[in-house]
Design a protein around this ligand. Sequence first.
Ligand SMILES: [Zn+2]
Length: 459
Amino acid sequence: MEPLQFILEAREQRANLKNQKTLKGIPCVSLSLNVPGFPKSNSITDAFFSLCLTELKYFMKAHLVELQIKEAIEKCDAVGNFFIVSCSIEIKSLPWLKQICEEFEENHSLGRFIDVDLNDEQGNTISSGKSKLCFFCQDKPAIECRRENTHDPELLRSFMFSKMAGYCNQNREYTIVKQLSSLGLKALLYEISLTPKPGLVDKFSNGSHQDMNYQTFIDSSSAISPYFMELVSAGFSFQNSDLTKALPIVRNLGLRMESAMYDATSNVNTQKGLIFLMGLSLFACGKVFSQSDQFDVEQFKFVIREICKNLVSNELTGSFQSNSIQTKSHGESIYQKYGFSGARGEAESGFQTVFDFGLPLLAGDAKLNDEAMIRSFLSIAAHNNDTNILYRGGLQTLSIFQGLCKTALDNFTDQNYSALTDYCNKENISPGGSADLLAVTLFIWSIMNETFLPFIQNK
Ligand SMILES: [Zn+2]
């Protein structure tokens, strides 16, 4: 059969479907795409149609139009992608519903590719009488360009498919940005809520802290999380091949987050280290997903390492040599005193502690649970030269702390875990750096266990 014959047959089937639906005396709404030429569908139209359909369902529901979704028919035939559904009988009036259908097309950025049709109880198509402009020249009515074959069909098709693919990929990016920022916040909240934790703030204890509690962390997490989407988006749109140029971008957003944190906590530093590590992670994820369909762990490590190239020598060694009178940060004085590079060193290594010690302890779990998270924390803390502990306690205290973590990990008993907690209380130390690395570990684990939308290729 010739394509035309297939199309005619499919058109007849559609008309029959509309009649069947309306035979029950109920109006029906249908969705289809205006694809010129043949074939009328491909992987791009499939993806675009599926997005439009979801949007249409929400749009109708938001206007309190009840669709009988269970009896709806979705198919793809020679005329292309098609969806038809009966409305509930309680609609206000057909002209009103027709207006809703038109509003959907008019508000959609690619509305001229979309047809939302309405058929009355007898199966007649309800027309508004308005003529649509041609989507290509945007000059003459569409019907005129079609009748006169004004434009080359192949040109029309490639224009349309590239717009549709662009729309789908934009939607993909927005969806991934939302997913990643949600996983980022989840990681923070899981880490804060993990109870009991040695020396750290948790649900029931302030650990070795006098100026903050569980609520302070909820306050600062709520204050910084609105920036997560921005960080991922910045990673998506970063084009420079020199990734070190990304550091000021991440830092710019990080400084704003710090300021939001201090405002929310009355000047208590709850999450400064975390802001740095999560900021980098969120940005790097955006960059990875802008190039790859899936979360490529090696690519993620590479991006982090490249962004933070020479960070330790530039920022820790530099200030050490300059003999500046400026007040040194904790990180700088620790590096000067002990040679441990803290969060900067961890970032420059591409999160070695996270990947070598944190993640392997969660690898076998399909769902995060308290025991697995505590084991992962212990493994991180046993190997991390935590600058928070060094600052408050010194080298020997860190060494004893790490030993207790290792014992508790090797022999996971309440007694060994309590010995660790007691030691932190006695020495008034808090492994905040390791807690930050646990949050990053939980974030990476969550990404590895999440499904993400693929690119729509415009071949
Ligand atoms: Zn035209």
